[in-house]
Design a protein around this ligand. Structure first.
Ligand SMILES: [Cu+2]
Length: 93
């Protein structure tokens, strides 16, 4: 409950940001200007998904822009990790 309140507080503090937090996994998704999505993991590393939902690689250090104009710097390039999450969402491997 406290954790959920903390997440709510964070969401309110950055109300203009286009992102969503999955409470179970702790993964935060950001919508980018070009239609792709950034997945931010609890340990600070990230994965990318293109506008068609395909996992794509990106060099760490690359600057991305969210739909509302905020800049995110790519940290890590967790391809296998994102594929595993998406497989779990589909209901298995
Ligand atoms: Cu990226």
């Amino acid at each position: 409950m406290l954790k959920r309140l903390a997440i709510m507080a964070t969401l309110l503090a950055t109300a203009t940001t286009t992102f969503a937090v999955d409470a179970a996994s702790g993964v935060t998704k950001f919508d980018l200007k070009d239609g792709s999505t950034v997945y931010l993991f609890k340990d600070g590393k990230m994965s990318m998904e293109d506008r068609l939902g395909r996992t794509v690689g990106m060099k760490p250090g690359h600057v991305m822009e969210t739909r509302d104009g905020q800049k995110i710097i790519m940290i890590g390039n967790e391809l296998a990790r994102l594929n595993r999450i998406k497989a779990e969402e589909r209901g298995g491997y």
